[in-house]
Ligand binder design. Sequence first.
Ligand code: ZN
Length: 342
Amino acid sequence: MKKLGCLFLIPVVGMGLLFLGIMMTITGENDSNLNEEMNNEDFSYDGEYRFNGVSPEIERYRPFFEKYAKENGIEDHTEILMAMTMQESGGRLADVMQSSESLGLPVNTITDPEESIQQGVYYFSTVLESAGGDTKLALQSYNMGHGFIDYANKHNNGEYSQPLAQQFSDHMKQRLGWNVYGDPNYIDNVYRYLDTNEPDYAGGGNSEWTLPLKEIRITSEFGPRTHPITGEVNSFHGGLDFGCTPSDDILSVKDGKVVEAIHSNIGYGNYVTVKHGDNEFSRYAHLTSIGVRNGQSVNQGDSVGKCGTTGSSTGNHLHLEHMTELGQPHHAKKDPRETLGL
Ligand SMILES: [Zn+2]
């Protein structure tokens, strides 16, 4: 794969003002470009599309977003890529994703929207990989450069937060002597364009989990324990168990999309996994029956199946897991008790 050059160290994508800062430093220029760049940077789309999806100017490029997202293996990020583009240009500029800078070229060098999308999507896929699949961390580093990921690793356990973005921006401004460094509110600015009529599984992390059963009784805690069947000491219980009866509906803890609906008589038995965000999954195991199909969207509180004791289980119960990625080892999972606030 072709290296894109050391300009990645100067995070500039989507940062007209920063680029202007460089140009002014280099050329001492301060001319009418300023207004143009200001308009790009401060772009706000008036009215109807602002809080409800993207504008028709962006929507018309959907086939390109789908094509290149697929090519880079990030088709589940198509909507977020389009929301980003809305923030970058509103679809009004030929370099719709403002991706020239990620090639080390001056702002708006790319004059073909498809080329801009091809490069922008590719570049986003590289930051997403560096960010370990964390969409918010990746988005903020699309805006502020790979340096933000290193900064997050060093100062915030590799996690995005708005204050961290502000802190990094301030740090870089001071270090470089610039007035502006990136947009510390980039995440909010991008997310406002996601269609709120769709389940929020593209972003995740906003709403709280609700209980997976109408009435709850915790029967086994998350963490190290003696396995009830193998007797193995120090096996790690990667979920939280709730007592229930086969007539009980198992409820999705949050809006999302079913990514696993699997029939089995070993291990988890019949189980369902719902994706709520790029780094947020809930899994419901030992079901008597599964009530959803793979790919189906579910709302918080919808039944995904019935309580049961299929698979490796000693009695009717729900085994609930909170994963941040599929295929995660048990000890890396999160304690659902904490997520549920119990
Ligand atoms: Zn369990």
